[in-house]
Design a protein around this ligand. Structure first.
Ligand SMILES: [Zn+2]
Ligand SMILES: [Zn+2]
Length: 256
């Protein structure tokens, strides 16, 4: 297997994303095993001994849990909201655990930008517990793909790391290399609604053997444009239904 250092190219060309993902996945697996063997559970928020995981009971109850939400857009509502009734999204269901607020926002930030992969173990485990609690008929789990260039910069894809934990806990196949991000897009939050859809059109290409029911995992859903584009691409590639699960739903201004 070719060894590629993140951010470096082979023979002046960008290395294929598939090599990086496989190598990185293997490295992450060993890091996770080493962490599990060597490190006792300690609360990632306050540092106290963890209650069977890297979070103490007190900090767990103080997390910004989302509460009642629309089953289609995961924004606060009692039942399906008016916006989803007028414009039904392409997925079967969307769920999120938390509002995008501290300390969860900080844990996600440290995972993405500080390579704190133990946060993926904790947060992915909590996501899996909630999927089990609410029930899910998915036959496979997939993380929202990053652009290969961004994945090389970061060394891993945080959504994929969360999906890996969810798949392991639910004993479902983790789907890799079935969907790729083709375009480096402008951050969605800086664009107006119509521009967002144009920005993401054809940004993803999915293919290969896909199970009919898929669970799509992301760390934070903000405008919903990215999961919308991935879902449409997966449906075009042959999947029958998609459930979107994210750690956090960022609430639009005025709903925080
Ligand atoms: Zn704590
Ligand atoms: Zn809704």
């Amino acid at each position: 297997m070719t060894t590629v250092r993140p951010g470096r190219s082979v023979n002046g060309k960008d290395p294929p994303a598939i090599v990086n993902q496989r190598d990185q996945g293997m490295a992450n697996k060993w890091i996770e095993i080493a962490q599990r063997l060597l490190m006792p559970h300690r609360c990632v928020v306050c540092g106290a001994p963890g209650a069977g995981r890297d979070l103490c009971k007190r900090c767990e109850s103080a997390l910004p849990w989302l509460g009642a939400a629309c089953p289609l857009c995961a924004l606060p509502a009692d039942g399906v909201c008016g916006s989803c009734l007028r414009h039904p999204p392409p997925w079967k269901r969307q769920n999120a655990l938390f509002r995008y607020e501290p300390p969860v926002s900080r844990l996600i930030h440290d995972l993405k930008f500080g390579s704190r992969l133990q946060n993926a173990r904790l947060l992915g485990g909590m996501l899996a517990e909630e999927v089990e609690r609410r029930g899910c008929a998915a036959e496979g789990v997939m993380g929202v793909p990053l652009h290969p260039r961004r994945q090389r910069q970061r060394g891993f894809n945080q959504a994929h790391e969360l999906a890996r934990v969810v798949a392991a806990r639910l004993r479902l196949p983790l789907l890799t290399h079935r969907c790729e991000r083709l375009r480096w897009t402008t951050p969605q939050s800086t664009l107006a609604r119509r521009q967002r859809a144009a920005n993401l059109r054809h940004a993803f290409r999915c293919g290969g053997r896909l199970p009919s029911r898929l669970l799509l995992v992301d760390d934070v859903v903000t405008t919903g444009g990215t999961v919308d584009a991935v879902t449409r691409s997966l449906l075009e590639a042959g999947a029958d239904s998609i459930e979107v699960w994210s750690l956090c739903r960022a609430l639009p201004a005025g709903e925080r």
